[in-house]
Design a protein around this ligand. Structure first.
Ligand SMILES: Cc1cc2nc3c(=O)[nH]c(=O)nc-3n(C[C@H](O)[C@H](O)[C@H](O)COP(=O)(O)OP(=O)(O)OC[C@H]3O[C@@H](n4cnc5c(N)ncnc54)[C@H](O)[C@@H]3O)c2cc1C
Length: 446
């Protein structure tokens, strides 16, 4: 097993050339910095709204978290529906579940509209209970979905082997409307569509500084009426909002293609489900269109590690656990693995703000999940176009930087950023109840 991102391997032979670095001084309506799922979606929606758009990325389009991800397109991000429901109550939980659902619709729409070849697969989600406690978690999801009237199928322990080839789980809940995708091919395909729409794109171009309406790069600059930063791992020199973001580390591995016998054992009903379990650091897996198994996971120690860890040890342990549940796949070889850092906020909802000193500048930070990132990109694009008034009222309140958290950032020098984020994440997932919170009614959030 070598350290290599399989999605990069699949870029071999695509027709989109690397867009050259910026060497000019440009003037535009809107500059989008960062071409992950959020920035690409923002640029796309702005181009459709008739804006002249420039898009910069320090890597390639999709080259960071987006193009490292497992490509599960499900509204279930790190916050489960039952957790959102506990925290916000039914009406607001619906708002918050609706956001990634809209994100998924945008991604699927782009694939269809531009004929993007990116292995988009309709794959129902299956959330499985690893043990008795996990089965309780799954049941909490069942109740939450019932409360909000979302469709689902419940598989008690004895029925679960009808759909997944193991009797090791305690039961599962399945729901529709979710997809698998090759996220890097998607990003590069959307890049091609954006070029066709007239968006000027420069890859390998880092925004190093900004002042007033101008962003400076190594060899050029862009002056824009509006600037949208959709970046990850933000540097303090660009924004003090950097304090609001940390990362969670996870790992992925890809196998050789499965044979037809193993496929039939793995998914006995023929439905190729995308699955994750109820463990705190959960294991997740799905099939790609060419019948490879993509397995992801991590460890409690490395999830909030300060620096990226590239050794195979964590992935090997995840795969050992996977093989215990599916011993008939023991001989299946996993050929590549890769680590990735997901940017998160302290409560796992994104932070979207207008810069307090420069309201023509918007920041999108800490989107957890591709659907959330797509939603946020569209949201800020509509803010920039002035067409999101109703949504602004509805959503900004969740995303403001100064929302309440359990552990404040000023404790960081004493207990460290990883612990501040781990405690806040746990609080947001398992304890926090915001129902009585006063809601600020304003369209800028700082
Ligand atoms: C291993 C792994 C597995 C995952 N699996 C899933 C999954 O199955 N499903 C799911 O929904 N989510 C998954 N995620 C999470 C998901 O990938 C992210 O939440 C999502 O991609 C965030 O998108 P984004 O656009 O906000 O950020 P990013 O994709 O990180 O995009 C930010 C972009 O900004 C650029 N940038 C940063 N700074 C600068 C600068 N100064 N100048 C110019 N450009 C800059 C970066 O190069 C990058 O391209 C996974 C993540 C990882 C790492």
């Amino acid at each position: 097993m070598i350290v290599q991102n399989w999605w990069y391997t699949t870029l071999l032979g695509i027709r989109d050339p690397l867009q050259p670095p910026l060497t000019d001084h440009l003037r535009t309506d809107v500059l989008v910095v960062g071409a992950g799922m959020s920035g690409l979606t923002a640029a796309w929606r702005l181009a459709l709204a008739g804006r002249k758009v420039v898009l910069l990325d320090r890597n390639i389009c999709g080259g960071s978290s987006t193009g490292r991800s497992a490509g599960f397109l499900t509204p279930d991000s790190e916050l489960e529906l039952s957790q959102i429901l506990r925290r916000y109550g039914p009406e607001r939980a619906r708002d918050l579940w609706d956001a990634p659902v809209r994100g998924i619709a945008l991604i699927v729409d782009a694939v269809k509209q531009y004929g993007i070849t990116c292995d988009l697969l309709l794959q129902d989600s299956l959330f499985v209970g690893s043990d008795a406690r996990g089965w309780e978690d799954a049941n909490a999801e069942v109740e939450a979905r019932k409360t909000l009237g979302y469709p689902q199928t419940l598989y008690p322990r004895e029925r679960l082997p009808d759909v997944i080839g193991t009797s090791e789980y305690y039961g599962g809940i399945r729901y529709p409307g979710t997809y698998g995708i090759n996220p890097l091919l998607y990003a590069q395909g959307l890049k091609r569509a954006l070029l066709d729409l007239g968006v000027r794109i420069h890859e390998s171009t880092e925004a190093r500084a900004w002042d007033d309406h101008t962003v400076r790069t190594h060899l050029g600059s862009v002056t824009a009426d509006q600037i949208i930063f959709c970046i990850d791992k933000p540097d303090r020199s660009l924004t003090p909002l950097e304090r609001n973001v940390f990362h969670a580390q996870t790992f992925l591995a890809i196998s050789e293609p499965l044979g037809s016998a193993d496929l039939a054992r793995m998914f006995p009903s023929g439905a190729r489900l995308q699955c994750w379990d109820s463990d705190l650091v959960y294991t997740y897996y799905r099939l790609t269109g060419d019948d490879r198994l993509l397995v992801g996971g991590g460890s409690a120690l490395t999830t909030f590690a300060l620096h990226a860890i590239n050794t195979p040890g964590v992935m090997t342990r995840v795969l050992n656990g996977f093989h215990k549940r599916f011993p008939f796949l023991e001989r299946l070889r996993f050929i590549q693995y890769w680590p990735g850092l997901i940017d998160t906020t302290r409560d796992l909802l994104p932070t979207i703000v207008r810069d307090p000193g420069a309201p023509w500048v918007q920041w999108v930070l800490g989107c957890v999940g591709l659907p959330w990132a797509a939603f946020c990109g569209d949201f800020v694009a509509r803010q920039a176009s002035g067409t999101a008034a109703a949504d602004a009222e509805r959503y900004y309140r969740y995303f403001e930087a100064a929302r309440p958290f359990l552990v404040p950032t000023w404790l960081e020098p004493f207990i460290g950023k990883p612990l501040v984020f781990a405690l806040n994440n746990a609080w947001a997932k398992y304890v926090q109840v915001d129902r009585g919170r006063k809601i600020p009614h304003r369209s800028d959030s700082l």
